[in-house]
Design a protein around this ligand. Structure first.
Ligand SMILES: [Cu+2]
Length: 239
């Protein structure tokens, strides 16, 4: 249902959406059941002429089961939700499938710089392509991103990928995504990072292999931006 509003544009987007749906269904069922019982009790024990109120301590087993049994049920569903969430978390954040290409993302107050590998498919070579506020990707290609921050905390958020990752100064945080549809989608900074936080939106453009190759031919190399690579350019897979 979330995909009615935000396109699923990465290989794991559907898994994240399914998790949200599972949570909504379980929590929704408990909500409806609780409201049903509440209103049923309100009607059943409403004031009636000639009927005196009873004081119920709620200490007998026949009474406490109305609290303890639903409580056990909540715990069972908690375990189901945690297991489902860990499966998705592991897939998105812990597993690192082999990369076909690497892209460097540098956040700063208040813009994003993206360093693309260029036609040779390797970073830190002469044909690297640097862009500001537009990330250029090829559909169905598995990317490792290497996320840096030049100044303060930022967060790289791509709603269509269902991906959000904090950028921390001094660290190179590695993660992955595989775009699955062509098109153009939003990138946001999802960490309040100063007065211009709202002014650092960016876009991700996902193209077919042929269109991406054509873009690489014409993309300006912007060598003047070479200095934006942070001094801490270690490529350790920190997370
Ligand atoms: Cu920011």
């Amino acid at each position: 249902m979330i995909s009615w509003y935000v396109t699923q544009a990465s290989s794991y987007a559907a898994d994240v959406d399914d998790l949200f749906l599972l949570i909504a269904l379980i929590v929704g069922a408990f909500f409806l059941a609780a409201e049903f019982v509440l209103f049923w009790l309100i009607v059943k024990f409403r004031a009636r002429p000639g009927v005196k109120a009873r004081y119920v301590t709620g200490e007998k087993t026949s009474e406490t089961k109305w609290v303890s049994y639903p409580h056990y049920l909540v715990l069972v569903f908690d375990i189901i939700l945690v297991a489902a969430a860990l499966r998705v978390w592991n897939d998105v954040k812990i597993d690192l499938p082999p990369a076909e290409e690497r892209v460097r993302i540098i956040a700063q107050q208040w813009a994003w710089t993206f360093v693309h590998a260029g036609p040779d498919g390797r970073l830190d070579t002469a044909d690297d392509i640097r862009t500001v506020n537009v990330l250029n990707l090829q559909v169905n290609r598995l990317y490792h991103f290497e996320l840096h921050s030049k100044d303060t905390l930022h967060s790289f958020s791509v709603p269509a990928f269902r991906l959000k990752q904090d950028a921390v100064p001094g660290r190179a945080i590695v993660g992955w995504f595989r775009p699955t549809v062509t098109g153009e989608f939003d990138i946001q900074c999802a960490e309040l990072c100063g007065i211009g936080h709202g002014l650092m939106p960016a876009r991700v453009r996902i193209r077919s292999a042929a269109a991406q190759a054509a873009w690489m031919e014409t993309a300006p190399r912007m060598p003047q931006l070479a200095a934006v690579t942070p001094a801490v350019s270690n490529t350790r897979a920190e997370r």
